[in-house]
Design a protein around this ligand. Structure first.
Ligand code: HEM
Length: 145
């Protein structure tokens, strides 16, 4: 069950990244109808990621890195940058949406230039961390029900 929740979380963060790329391509082509729709789908996927991630965390606790020592520093650098940027991404996306719905498109555009790369970094590193922990992870305990 823990594995399934982890796979669902990884699938949804990956899908949200793909949807963001499609949304950017659409607005670059001037499509102001499908751009917002696809970006809202991307946001829904990211929200689903969070639901499954938190469920897994609450039910099964966290996973510790138990791989090769020489990769430990690189792994933790990746994990910390991923976690910090993932936490920042939430408010950035809400601010981006707020300005879009207020039709403040200049502000929306300016923030989008930062939010999109952050979002994609979080999605890609989330996948990398998931793959590393599948191979080298061990349960680190947690709340557990
Ligand atoms: C989290 C969701 C969203 C993201 C990540 C996002 C991202 C972007 C990006 C990357 C651009 C192009 C910036 C550039 O020119 O370099 C853009 C432009 C734009 N977005 Fe969004 N967007 C989102 C949601 C929305 C929504 C919900 C709406 C409409 C209500 C919207 C309307 C627009 C419009 C009209 C532009 C063109 C602005 C202009 O060129 O003046 N976006 N957005």
């Amino acid at each position: 069950m823990g594995e399934l929740l982890g796979d669902l979380a990884a699938a949804f963060i990956g899908l949200s990244g793909v949807a963001v790329i499609v949304g950017v391509v659409l607005i670059r082509r001037g499509d102001r109808v499908w751009h917002p729709r696809v970006m809202l789908v991307a946001t829904a996927f990211a929200a689903l990621f969070l639901v499954f991630y938190l469920l897994k965390w609450g039910l099964y606790g966290t996973t510790r890195y138990a791989g090769p020592e020489e990769w430990r520093t690189a792994y933790y650098a990746l994990l910390i940058s991923h976690t910090v940027l993932a936490a920042l991404n939430g408010p950035m996306v809400l601010w981006l949406l707020y300005n879009a719905f207020k039709r403040r498109f200049a502000v929306h555009r300016a923030w989008a230039r930062w939010t999109v790369p952050v979002w994609l970094y979080v999605a890609v590193t989330g996948w990398v961390i998931d793959i590393v922990l599948k191979r080298y992870g061990e349960p680190a305990g947690g709340i557990g029900f």
